[in-house]
Design a protein around this ligand. Structure first.
Ligand SMILES: Nc1ncnc2c1ncn2[C@@H]1O[C@H](COP(=O)(O)OP(=O)(O)OP(=O)(O)O)[C@@H](O)[C@H]1O
Length: 290
């Protein structure tokens, strides 16, 4: 288990983090969501030890994380850090060796990653000659080459085309399912909803919601959505606060879902009936606006 516990960080008068706590289970792909300036990068930098916190701690496998315990972690920083004039394959293998791999292991891991990230044809090109999206794939390879036991990625999907997004998402899912805790930030909430096991939402330096996507969506359920085969108007017939969405009825504040079902059944055959679960983007807007 990777735990971030009660992190506090100020930059002068700015309170960047105000008691940030969350945990990621091994094997969980966790999305980190927040508006600009919410505190994602600051949290990730502290997790990786590139920025000092004022208080709080990061704990991995029950032990506080200090210094070179992160040698086996993988990180994609916000400020991408590749050598533009170095060749793609050489660069990935070089970073592998910096993490303690033998030249032969680094070379073989590099070949696997080039294949997986669809970069084999570019192996001998200088990084500076690649498109930004392909440079980002190289950056991902650099964070993965040493088979990290923890993976932290700051906006790995930004600026990628849909095909590159799929390649990267597949690669992160694969790492997570091999037992690695993976945390990545993104503003692409539909993507998060599609690929994440869980989500942490930060606002103004505080965690305001966390849980699996399913939990967050179920907890946020506020209304029923139903469609009934009838020409009658059921707005005043169904119990609760009733609105229309096309042919569907939306029922909020229902005293009891079974009472709504019974009233609908009395009006005609039911085409559909269920909870109207909000999307992650809707949940995000709602919790951040609170
Ligand atoms: N080095 C710094 N000096 C001063 N203030 C900083 C510094 N780094 C971050 N901050 C401030 O801390 C707060 C959190 O910033 P942070 O970069 O962590 O947000 P973020 O959620 O990553 O935002 P974005 O989505 O825009 O990348 C902001 O108010 C930011 O201006």
């Amino acid at each position: 288990m990777l735990e971030v516990s009660n992190l506090h960080k100020r930059f002068g008068d700015v309170v960047a983090l105000d008691g940030v706590s969350f945990s990621i289970k091994p094997g969980e792909l966790t999305g980190f969501v927040g508006a600009n300036g919410a505190g994602k990068t600051t949290t990730m930098r502290i997790m990786m030890g590139v920025l000092n916190n004022d208080s709080g701690e990061v704990v991995h496998g029950g032990k506080p994380v200090v210094g070179d315990m992160r040698t086996r972690w993988g990180y994609m920083p916000e400020e991408r850090g590749l050598y533009p004039k170095m060749k793609v394959a050489e660069q990935i293998a070089y970073f592998g060796q910096l993490h303690g791999m033998s030249p032969a292991d680094a070379k073989s891991a590099t070949a696997d990653l080039l294949e997986q990230l669809e970069l084999t044809a570019r192996a001998k090109d200088d990084v500076q000659d690649l498109s930004l999206g392909n440079q980002q794939r190289v950056q991902l390879a650099v964070s993965l080459v040493h088979t990290p036991e923890v993976l932290v990625l700051d906006e790995p999907f930004s600026g990628l085309d849909p095909l590159a997004v799929d390649v990267m998402a597949e690669s992160l899912k694969r790492r997570a399912s091999s037992g690695v805790p993976v945390l990545f930030s993104s503003h692409q909430l539909e993507l998060m909803e599609r690929i994440c096991d869980s989500v942490v939402i930060i606002s103004g330096g505080k965690i305001i919601a966390k849980g699996t996507v399913e939990q967050l969506r179920s907890d946020a359920v506020k209304q029923l959505r139903l469609n009934v085969e009838t020409s009658a108007d059921l707005t005043d017939v169904l119990p609760g606060t009733v609105t229309r969405d096309g042919d569907d009825y939306l029922v909020a504040d229902a005293p009891d879902s079974q009472a709504v079902l019974a009233a609908a059944q009395a009006a005609g055959p039911i085409n559909s009936f269920g909870y109207d679960r909000p999307s992650l983007a809707e949940i995000f807007r709602e919790v951040v606006a609170k």
